[in-house]
Design a protein around this ligand. Sequence first.
Ligand code: HEM
Length: 457
Amino acid sequence: MPSLPNILRLLTRKTPPGPSAIAQILEFKAPSKFEQFFVDPLEYMQEYGSIVSLTTLIGPKCFLVTDPEAILYITKTNIDNFPKQSTLWNRIRLLLGNSSLGAEGGKNWQLKRKISQKGFSKTYLKNYAQQMQFVINVTSKRWERLARNKKIIDINNEMAFLALNIILKTLLNQTTTNKNLLLAKQTIEFGLTNLCHSNDIFMYPWVPTYANLKFHWLKKRLDSFLVDMLSNFEENPPVMPTAITEILKNKSEALIDKQFPIGELRVLLIAGYETTACALTWTWYLLAKNPQCTEKIYAELNKVLNSRTPTIEDLPNLPYLQAVYSEALRLYPSIPILNRKSIDEDTIQGYTIPKGSEILLHIYALHRNKHYWKDPLEFNPERFLDPNQPIHKPAYLPFGLGPRSCLGQSFAHIEIPLILANLAQKFKLRLKKNFTPKIQYGMSMHPHKLPMYIERR
Ligand code: HEM
């Protein structure tokens, strides 16, 4: 016999509003419409509010959340009830393994995160900045040649290779061949894009389909490249320790599995390059579309540096540059949707969220919600600089929130402005005429290609 409180609870359950199953089927029939909805559900949010129930004919219930308070509750206040156990994470773990980013949660994740985090403290970051500078200089020299020959470059590719090189140089103190970089990029892009699309054979990774076989083959090759890099590192440890030094030091900890060093290296490579490259690519795109902002960056760089090469010490003196990439991350957050699953039934803002529900925390929609942002679709870096109208911080979450927020945030806040400052000081990028970027969706959302003319300033 159910108890009285349980009966009362059942009677007062309130489901968030949302479109009917029929409306959803009709609406999402076209694959492009379905993708569009996941990337840009603003119309839905306007119609149903900031917690929307999506009817799934089979499988668990699904809720779309864009309310800052609800996001805080799910990612921090009651984090234990919302681990990374969703269908999507279960699939992405095929690539990431059980490392900090991929781990479901709990003690094992806590320990791994604690170890990796040591390698992102202030002392480490100062050393990483020098290594970043080394890699940026190599790119800058190459761009000089490209600019002389008036070449068009795919800025999406350029930023991806630059960010990959930076991760390898800072964490492993190594460089590698273009062939290896391409392999890493291909594996990560193919894996993340395919694993994030729910409709295919990746549901069953053991089925020998072309996509599955290609994924396993690429991943095996990526791992053997990373194993080589890791053993090089162990044989020739750098003078200055890195996050990988910390990880190797703790590899025999109880609770830590044998795969920890390689798994964590793989994750730092994936999490650290895709997101940063995405942020940089969109920043260059938005600057090309808004030449008045580019001019302001040039003025700031001229004033602060007077032709001197920018260093980590200069970054606090470049507030406009910081506002520019913060605004790019608002309009195009590198990870547009965070994904969780409810372990037990819960109540959020008066609505019942059943046990086992899939939760989509829609950061992209939150960042474009007119309740929190004035003229939300406009690129306006000044909004981050106006002391009279400070931004509503809970509505700005490009690095996530709570204990599982970005581990590499401080790294990114050095890497992105250093790259922008160094390259914008010397080069001007112009978008190819009439080019409209086609967006590639995976865990991140970046232009498929972004052809730009490169010119010396
Ligand atoms: C613009 C740059 C970046 C952005 C926008 C970004 C964004 C994020 C977000 C939103 C999360 C949370 C994911 C979730 O809650 O599901 C995250 C987690 C993480 N990020 Fe970043 N990230 C960036 C750069 C980096 C860098 C440079 C590194 C490492 C070198 C890194 C390493 C990680 C790791 C390891 C996690 C997992 C933390 C955990 O689950 O405990 N990220 N990032």
